[in-house]
Design a protein. Structure first.
Length: 219
């Protein structure tokens, strides 16, 4: 089954480029285009696509379009595709129901794969430099409130997993984490394996690198 897709962006050449990429992949079918937020909502309601690609800063606000499409078409996956790396765009878009936030400089060959991961597997796709900001934001919350859904996807981290992540960030060994949390080393390894799976990274080292990157500008 092809992924029927609506593309909304006020820049016509960008829409054309995205359409060319998706038209070249038989797993996608572009069923509608729009140049502003109202048009995106109309196209989505008309076509009922599986995927909507929205520019954050198009006329009428991509965030507003994401809110309405997510509310009225819960089976449609909303992905922001933008040049903006600003927190003032990132966090409102995620709160509005966007399942992923991708940048327009995403490699052309990688884009269809990233979109399929979001649509088919619920992967919370963000560039690493943005993902670390999201983790920093959640990490700063009261630990009792950290059992939350990240990025409006099925990515759920438990309080214990946050505790393990915090210690991985500080480069604790498995034995040290087990001692500090009163767990067995095997249980710690199980939590690490769960985190690797949920966060879509290659292993423990990438988890550590992710948090090391995220702390670069974090007071």
């Amino acid at each position: 089954m092809t992924v029927r897709t609506v593309i909304a962006d006020d820049h016509a050449p960008t829409r054309s480029d995205i359409r060319e990429i998706l038209d070249g992949d038989p797993r996608f079918e572009v069923c509608g285009e729009a140049e502003d937020a109202p048009g995106a909502v109309r196209a989505a309601l008309r076509e009922r696509p599986r995927l909507c690609l929205l520019d954050v800063r198009m006329p009428g606000s991509g965030v507003a379009a994401a809110w309405e499409i997510s509310a009225r078409l819960p089976q449609t996956t909303v992905v922001m595709l933008t040049i903006s790396e600003s927190d003032s765009d990132l966090f409102p878009a995620l709160r509005a129901g966007a399942a992923a936030y991708l940048l327009k400089d995403t490699d052309r060959d990688r884009l269809p794969l990233a979109l399929l991961d979001v649509v088919e597997h619920g992967t919370a796709a963000l560039p690493r430099r943005l993902l670390t900001r999201v983790f920093a934001d959640y990490r700063d919350r009261d630990p009792r409130r950290r059992d939350v859904r990240l990025l409006d996807s099925e990515l759920r981290l438990t309080s214990r997993e946050w505790q393990v992540l915090d210690r991985l960030r500080d480069e604790r060994s498995t034995a040290q984490i087990a001692h500090e949390l009163s767990l067995t080393p095997g249980t710690v390894r199980s939590h690490v394996m769960s985190l690797v799976h949920k966060l879509g990274v290659g292993g423990r080292r990438e988890l550590v690198e992710l948090f090391a990157d995220g702390d670069a500008g974090h007071a």
